[in-house]
Design a protein around this ligand. Structure first.
Ligand SMILES: Nc1ncnc2c1ncn2[C@@H]1O[C@H](COP(=O)(O)OP(=O)(O)OP(=O)(O)O)[C@@H](O)[C@H]1O
Ligand SMILES: [Mg+2]
Length: 330
């Protein structure tokens, strides 16, 4: 049985626009303009136990809305979902004891208390035995390298330290499912890396199912085997990162530097010439032929240096969102 299952899940937000100014306020007493936003449209997917899945999409795509439905904070307009077998928005305590939601832009810890005091409140809430609690705090604080800040007021902590303390709070009750909404937002590169390493290790160690949104491709690239891509509320891709690259980046660029001048005519047949100078060239080669072409080139030419350009997943994603690539339903 999948741990997370969404079936044609949709959410339309309805709000009422009020024209500006006093006259607008008066008019709106009688007539309010109804405004609908289809934030999530008919999305379906399944996530198995222990998976760490990246959830990508540009601003306003519907990521947070989806996570809120899956964690039971809001109701869908239509469709259904199950998390650990429960319908999330029924908010059954048995489910809530087994999931956690962390939002990078919204802190749950008490601002004026040291993190440890908040943990004690959570301990009571989740009825965690004393010894289990102590062990858990110690172990997680060790992994997150935050032992030294547990007794400092949250308001005095750096953003990175606060985020780590938030993670500890979310994991205290050993949830089986963790929803992370931009856990690395606003953090410097070093802190981002720490959090990524932590999540990776934690996921492997505890086999917690994790669904993570991020604007940083690096997060997803390093953590997730599988990605869901949402655009204008629709799921447009659901597969591995590898499959994403294969689909959207069918060729690689070979950068060549020659010992002696080589002409464009010489390179004919090896690939598409993107740039040609007497002592260097860039060739575009179908991905699956890269190694064959590279060794053929090494044999045929006086090559000083050859490099194969890395696939830029960021660029692929940008192209998809810019409508340059034909999206495929997952
Ligand atoms: N409470 C709300 N009322 C009305 N519209 C909303 C509400 N919350 C979100 N929306 C709209 O729904 C759409 C999806 O928003 P959502 O927050 O899910 O996007 P997101 O993918 O998380 O974006 P971001 O990357 O910026 O966090 C947006 O157009 C947003 O303006
Ligand atoms: Mg969001």
């Amino acid at each position: 049985m999948p741990v997370i299952e969404a079936e044609r899940l949709s959410k339309t937000y309805i709000s009422y626009k009020r024209p500006p100014g006093l006259w607008g306020a008066i008019k709106s007493l009688f007539h309010r303009e109804r405004h609908e936003v289809q934030a999530v449209r008919d999305i379906s997917f399944r996530i198995e136990e222990g998976e760490l899945v990246g959830f990508l999409g540009p601003n306003g795509a519907g990521k947070t809305t989806t996570l809120k439905m899956l964690s039971g904070i809001i109701f869908p307009t239509s469709g259904t979902a199950r998390v650990l077998g429960f319908v999330p928005w029924e908010r059954r305590p048995e489910m809530q004891r087994q999931i956690a939601l962390v939002m990078g832009q919204k802190m749950q810890l008490w601002w004026d208390l040291p993190p440890y005091e908040s943990y004690i409140l959570l301990k009571a809430l989740y009825e965690i035995p004393d010894d289990v609690f102590e062990r858990r705090v110690h172990e997680l604080a060790e992994m997150l390298e935050i032992r030294h800040v547990l007794h400092t007021q949250v308001r005095r902590l750096s953003l990175g330290e606060r985020m780590k303390c938030e993670l500890l709070a979310a994991l205290l009750h050993r949830p089986r499912v963790l929803f992370l909404d931009e856990p690395t937002i606003g953090l410097d590169v070093v802190s981002q890396k720490r959090i990524r390493e932590f999540l990776k290790e934690y996921n492997q160690r505890e086999r917690t199912t994790i669904l993570l949104t991020s604007h940083y491709m690096q997060d997803v690239q390093e953590l997730a085997q599988r990605v869901l891509i949402i655009h204008h509320g629709q799921l447009i891709f659901d597969d591995t990162l590898r499959a994403l690259v294969e689909r959207y980046s069918p060729s690689r660029a070979l950068h060549l530097q020659f010992e002696r001048p080589v002409s464009a005519a010489d390179l004919e047949g090896y690939g598409r010439i993107v740039r040609m100078e007497p002592l260097s060239a860039v060739l575009e080669v179908p991905r699956e032929q890269v190694s064959r072409v590279a060794s053929a080139l090494l044999q045929a030419f006086p090559i000083h240096d050859i490099t194969i350009e890395e696939v830029d997943i960021d660029e692929i994603i940008r192209d998809i969102f810019a409508g340059k690539c034909e999206p495929v339903p997952g």
